[in-house]
Every structure is written in C-alpha cells, then in structure tokens.
Write a protein that binds this ligand. Structure first.
Ligand code: X6L
Ligand code: MG
Ligand code: MG
Length: 176
C-alpha cells in the first residue's frame, strides 16, 4: 500500500521500565498495517519540563509513513498509549508512555483534539534534539532550519543522549 503521509512522532516515558515502554510502543505502531516506521532517533534522558517535580524522562522521535488520515492516526496513538498502561490522560504528571504527533507532511490541523504541527514542539529540547537526529535538514515555518530553533533553547543541557540508535535508514529491527 502507498503510505503517502510522512510524519514524526515524539515518544516519552518517565514511569516504570521506561525503555521497554518506548520500545513496545514502536513495535505496536509497526504492527499497524497502515503505519511503517522509517527511522528512530537515539534515546535521550531529559529533565522534566512543565511539572518539574517528577522523574526524568526518556524521550525519542520516530519518522514514519502512513496512509491513515490524521484523526485515525491519533486514535492509533491513543490506543498504543492505553496498551502501554497509560493512565491519567491530560495531566502533565508521570506517565508510562506518551505519544505526540509532531508533523504530518506540511499539514496544518487545528481541531479541538489534534493540533499539527504540535503547538509547543519548537520550544522543547526533548523534542528538537531527537528530531534533528532523524531529520537534520528539516525545514519548519517559513523555511527555518531546525538549528535556528535549537539555538534559541534554554534547556539543552537538560537533554542527554542515553542510548544510541541502532543507526541508519530502514529501521532493520522491524523489517522482516
Ligand atoms: C510553563 C508552563 C512552561 C508549562 C512550560 C512544558 C507544560 C511542557 C507541559 C510548561 C510545559 C509540558 C515531558 C516533559 C511533560 C516529556 C520532558 C509537556 C507535557 N512531558 N518533560 N514534561 N519530557 N523532559 O516528554 O511537555 S508534560
Ligand atoms: Mg507529550
Ligand atoms: Mg501527549
């Protein structure tokens, strides 16, 4: 099937076995017929932002292709969050797994339940540093480079590479 939408997802976990929660979510996404993972960033350990009195996160970004429309894709990400034991939807507190849709082609979506591009992604080191790794030449609003946004960050020191990606295109672990 052609999967004409290219997108990026941010993943985060700060509860329980954080790495397993990230990995299980990627496996569940790849198991979806209408979604293919293209590339995964390294895993970063990141200081909590917003509510700072909670455990450190592991964050990463994946590039994917899909034939799903945005609302169906959101439903899949919510299902994967629930399968990952996520409770307490909508809070900024600790969570086993969080999946945020960052970008879908060059679409601008402003629904109550779904905003794309993710409205706060450009201010967050835990999103931009892994995103740069999977798409270093990505251009955002008005052709700005990702480095322009990264240079504006004040929280880069709170984002540390924790485990290198297995590297390269093709995402070999999920091919068969
Ligand atoms: C003022 C008010 C400044 C609120 C910032 C920032 C709120 C981020 C929520 C904020 C504010 C968030 C993660 C996280 C969260 C994560 C790390 C959020 C939602 N999720 N910190 N904090 N990684 N490092 O995935 O992003 S809560
Ligand atoms: Mg989030
Ligand atoms: Mg979320």
């Amino acid at each position: 099937m052609t999967k004409e939408t290219i997108g990026y997802l941010a993943l985060g976990s700060n509860q329980g076995d954080r790495e397993s929660h990230l990995e299980n979510a990627i496996v569940k996404l790849e198991e979806e017929t209408d979604i293919s993972i293209v590339k995964a960033s390294s895993i970063y350990e990141t200081d909590p932002v917003g509510v700072t009195d909670q455990p450190a996160f592991l964050n990463m970004v994946v590039k994917f292709e899909t034939s799903l429309d945005p609302v169906k894709l959101l439903k899949v990400t919510q299902k994967v969050e629930q399968m990952g034991g996520r409770v307490g939807k909508g809070t900024w507190g600790p969570r086993t797994i969080d999946l945020d849709i960052l970008l879908l082609n060059d679409e601008n979506i402003q629904l109550e339940t779904l905003q794309v591009p993710h409205p706060r992604m450009l201010e967050r080191g835990f999103v931009l540093l892994p995103l740069k790794e999977v798409e270093p030449h990505l251009r955002l609003n008005a052709g700005r480079s990702i480095d322009e946004y990264i240079n504006q960050l004040t929280d880069k020191e709170g984002v540390r590479k924790w485990k290198s990606s297995f590297g390269g295109e093709g995402f070999a672990r999920f091919e068969s």
